[in-house]
Design a protein around this ligand. Structure first.
Ligand SMILES: Cc1ncc(COP(=O)(O)O)c(C=O)c1O
Length: 373
């Protein structure tokens, strides 16, 4: 029997209106009455510094848009998706035929590997780098060539170029897990040399956190290189990891080849309305970058005092040289309710830590001191 006290979705939003529905939802979202920060949770909670998420959460405008988005849940997202594609095209100063939205940039990586690698077309990646692309290559029966990062933890682009029969180069900039950048001059020289039949996917998931003059986004170069694709995400600075929204910028014919690998209507309406609202919130990126830089500087200062070294970070996470095997340390942190990043086998003594809020990093540093004393 239908619960007589339960309200239908339409009744709920109609009765409350979007703003009130948002307020009613706040406890369920883990939000207090006075804050939009979903991470302001009880001190007994686990501190999650393992997935390079944005500890400040999405824009308040995104929350509001999602609340209003309940009333659109019964319809396919096509019209709003088109709006998002148009907004992304405008943002990146390209045509809408040059944008493909996806269920996270992870989906963009998957369809790129499916479209451009195969038994005779290798996938070339840095080592270490974000593992997803290499994982997807199995489905294409493509060989994965791992090229060690250079001494500055940048992609060794000349060595990547030397790999024969490359179908796709995956360049993660800034690179996960090292948080290092590949300098813009090197990337430009590389793009000029890659054969036009080999595709290049530059993953700019952490673009918004970079402040170095040695870095640039390669989106403006897409017009010059028909073999260049750039992946971006709403999971990091926009704080929408759980919503799954990302996109790719490339020339229109390449977008069509990627689209052919994708499911229809794969973005949820919630992700779309939240992404659109986030793009309209000018503070989200600036505040995200600044908060991250401030807390990261604080953590670096504390590590300096403790005489631990780390790879200079250009992202919302960092790699710390623990001077001993990190695997047991990851477990020890977990036992103390602080989750840090997974093991990256080429750097067995390094621990990847997401930059959380200042209170979270204080807890991290307290455990760090205990375990390294
Ligand atoms: C470099 C890089 N690319 C892509 C992704 C996938 O992100 P999403 O699918 O959430 O956009 C991640 C996730 O951590 C990442 O680190």
């Amino acid at each position: 029997m239908k619960n007589p006290t339960a309200l239908s979705r339409r009744g709920f939003t109609k009765l409350l209106g979007a703003g009130a529905a948002y307020a009613a939802l706040r406890p369920a979202l883990g939000l207090s009455e006075s804050t939009s920060n979903p991470t302001e949770t009880k001190s007994s909670d686990v501190v999650r510094l393992s997935s390079n998420e944005n500890p400040y959460g999405p824009s308040p405008a995104a929350f509001k848009a999602m609340t209003a988005g309940f009333s659109l849940a019964w319809r396919y997202p096509d019209e709003r998706q088109e709006e998002l594609v148009e907004a992304l095209a405008k943002l990146n100063q390209v045509s809408k035929e040059q944008i493909l939205s996806g269920a996270g940039s992870g989906e963009i990586l998957k369809v790129a590997v499916a479209a451009f690698t195969g038994p005779d077309k290798k996938l070339v990646v840095g080592d270490p780098t974000f593992e997803a692309a290499a994982g997807h290559a199995k489905a294409s029966h493509a060989e994965v060539m791992k090229v060690k990062l250079n001494a500055a933890y940048a992609h060794d682009l000349p060595k990547m170029l030397d790999v024969p029969s490359a179908g796709l180069h995956y360049v993660c900039n800034p690179n996960n897990p090292t948080a290092s950048i590949t300098p813009k001059a090197d990337l430009r020289a590389f793009l000029a040399k890659v054969p036009p039949t080999t595709m290049v996917l530059v993953d700019e998931a952490y673009h918004h956190f970079v402040e170095s003059a040695d870095y640039e986004s390669v989106i403006p170069l897409v017009k010059d290189y028909p073999n260049l694709m750039v992946a971006r995400t709403f999971s990091k600075v926009y704080g929408m990891a759980g919503l799954r929204c990302g996109y790719c910028v490339a020339q229109p014919d390449k977008i069509e080849l990627l689209r052919a690998q994708q499911a229809w209507e794969c973005l949820s309406i919630m992700a779309i309305v939240a992404a659109l609202a986030s793009l309209g919130d000018n503070g989200q990126v600036e505040n995200g970058r600044k908060n991250n830089a401030d807390v990261r500087n604080y953590v670096c200062g504390e590590l300096d005092k403790l005489k631990f070294t780390y790879i200079p970070s250009h992202a919302n996470f960092m790699m710390i040289d623990m001077r001993r095997e990190v695997k047991p340390l990851i477990a020890a942190f977990k036992e103390r309710k602080v989750q840090v990043g997974r093991l990256f086998p080429p750097l067995p003594n390094f621990m990847r830590v997401t930059i959380g809020t200042k209170p979270q990093m204080e807890r991290f540093l307290a455990v760090f001191k205990e375990l390294t004393a």
